[in-house]
Design a protein around this ligand. Sequence first.
Ligand code: SF4
Ligand code: SF4
Length: 422
Amino acid sequence: MLYRTVPKTGDTLSILGFGCMRLPLTRTHTIDEKRAIHQIRYAIDNGVNYLDTAPAYHLGRSEPLLGRALADGYREKVRIATKLPPWSVKTREDMDYILDGQLVKLKTGHIDYYLLHSLAKESWDTMLPLGVLEFLDYAKSSGKIINAGFSFHGDLVTFRKIVDAYDWEFCQIQYNFLDELNQAGTEGLSYAASKHLAVIVMEPLRGGSLAGLVPTQVEEIWKEAPVRRTPAEWGLRFVWDHPEVTVVLSGMNHESHIKENLKIAGEAEPGSLSPGEHALIARVRDTYTSLMQVGCTGCGYCMPCPAGVNIPECFALYNGASMFGNRREYAFHYLTRHGGITGDRSYAGLCRNCGKCEKICPQHLPIPAYLKEVSAKMEGRTMGIKVAVLKSGLGMLGCAGRFIRIFSPDKITRRDTNQEKN
Ligand code: SF4
Ligand code: SF4
């Protein structure tokens, strides 16, 4: 296992982090606890010392599972990362209440790395006046958390603003060879590193999409490489090649994934990919891009939309659903992020066709026309019902259970993240 250092503290973290959002499941779609605990401990025994969870993962069951997995002396060997969900916070007191509950669930006296979960412009603007920065100061001074950070799914402008707003030790961004210009992107990665933040990378394989059933055109390009690697290995090595990256999270749920990732994490020094290998990755990226439905670069110039549509994110999810086979997972993210569940409503169907965005788009995209297409394919006629069911059922069993099982990323990614297929 290779390790990298957190710039502000000198803490040493394994370059591979264990993401506890896609743990192995039983036939009834509950966590296969025995297997999950065995996998987590195996990873720790082989050098992983960063474990990432959140209240939202596995409908609230990930944190307690991790607490149990870290019994028998394992807690002392690792850093725990978990998150404050902005969508569950209405008051400053809620923040204390949630953190105290997490300490109990995780059976620990402190959280090593504590993040504000999935920030974007709206959630940041909501959390600031509620006193979230004072809360972080208090949580650090009381010893309940050690390092403060945030995970991010917004635009680059907001990312820079948040980086500059607090003395963070770290941040967590979505980054892979398809997202160099999306969300924080390469520019955000460099910016965070220039401010001495450790950068934790999530979605290095786009939720398994880059490692699952890759399109034939992509497969042909990978075959040209002089060194045979799985698509998963190419994807991970691309991210680790960046010295600004501290930890790469992988939501591992199969023993073979863990073994493969551990092996790569023992070799992937920064800057180890050759120019020829970078050129190959660029061709794969271009091929994926050519399969996209909408040529949106995610620059965000068209934002804000007066009707509230999150234009780049709607296009990103639509493209994801068309490029990869796991349409259900993208549909789930579309509903939760844009249907008004984890923030304001921002789905494509809200477009009022005012034309403002079209005039600004540097790609000259017919945005309202594309949004109609997105609305038809991603929302359909039952969008309102799906959102209502998900909203009332999230975190609970009961009548929403069947719906959640249908759309659960855990169910889908178990198949899609199967790196063995490559
Ligand atoms: S055309 Fe639609 S998406 Fe574009 S700015 Fe107007 S309402 Fe927003
Ligand atoms: S301006 Fe155009 S390319 Fe940029 S995010 Fe908006 S739609 Fe995409």
